[in-house]
Design a protein around this ligand. Structure first.
Ligand code: BTN
Length: 246
């Protein structure tokens, strides 16, 4: 059966719409798509900019069965890897993943992913996977309003692409990986595209701590592996920290 889709010319946040829908019984793979978000949200309670006619903003309801809470952090990389492989397949681009789940083109952010869980007591009801992609130049926020340099798909491709074709391609890849996020194949494809491996990076904790360190890679559980100055290795849970190149 085809997934159910709700399209909004304008909405607050497709993640909020999908969470509300999931709470009311949305089926697995229910999809919310918006042309324009007035209250798009990002990680760490940041705002996400989705002006009309220029971006892709959508959220998909996943109903994980028997997923241990330890695997929840692998859902947002599922979104990132799906966007990366769609961009590779469709436009021959070479995107990378800035840990844990930003997609970069030419070292600038083109896509963000926000996974939110819906709980009923201790039981996980659904995961809403929200993906925002800058497609046309007007979807790129002004430089003084962002923390990391940004770009858009059209700039990298060199022409104006069709947003809905890109959406279809992302969904196709996502459905292929869905259910396989704990496999070594998923891990290998993710790690292969990780940005800044072998480079010095600065990790910033939303709480304010920040330090510089060598990026080694990711663990199979999704944690980031860093090498400290004294040569020791340390890992960081997804969602704890913010990463920037020096
Ligand atoms: C980030 O980079 O911090 C994540 C940004 C996620 C944005 C997408 S756009 C579709 C969905 N709806 C939202 O409100 N947020 C996500």
């Amino acid at each position: 059966p085809l997934p159910e889709v709700r399209f909004y010319a304008e909405t607050g946040s497709t993640n909020q719409d999908a969470l509300d829908w999931a709470a009311q019984g949305a089926p697995e793979l229910a999809l919310v798509v918006a042309d324009h978000q007035t209250a798009g949200r990002g990680r760490f309670s940041r705002q996400w900019f989705t002006p009309p006619g220029a971006a892709l903003a959508f959220s998909i309801v996943l109903r994980p069965v028997q997923v241990s809470t330890a695997h929840i952090p692998l859902y947002s990389p599922l979104g990132a890897l799906s966007v990366v492989q769609a961009l590779e397949n469709a436009y021959h681009l070479k995107p990378q993943i800035k840990w844990p789940n930003d997609v970069l083109l030419n070292d600038r952010k083109v896509c963000g992913v926000l996974a939110e869980a819906l709980w009923q007591g201790e039981a996980l009801q659904a995961i809403v996977l929200g993906i925002g992609i800058n497609v046309a130049p007007s979807s790129v926020p002004p430089a003084d309003q962002i923390l990391f340099p940004a770009t858009c798909v059209d700039e990298a491709v060199g022409r104006s692409i069709n947003r809905w074709e890109l959406l279809a391609k992302v969904l196709k890849v996502l459905l292929e990986w869905h259910g396989k996020i704990t496999t070594s194949a998923f891990f290998a494809e993710w790690q292969k595209r990780l940005a800044f491996v072998g480079q010095m990076v600065r990790l910033e904790n939303p709480g304010g701590d920040s330090f510089e360190s060598l990026l080694l890679g990711v663990h199979t559980n999704g944690h980031l592996r860093l090498q400290l100055d004294d040569g020791s290795e340390r890992s960081f849970a997804i969602g704890d920290l913010k990463l920037r190149p020096l």
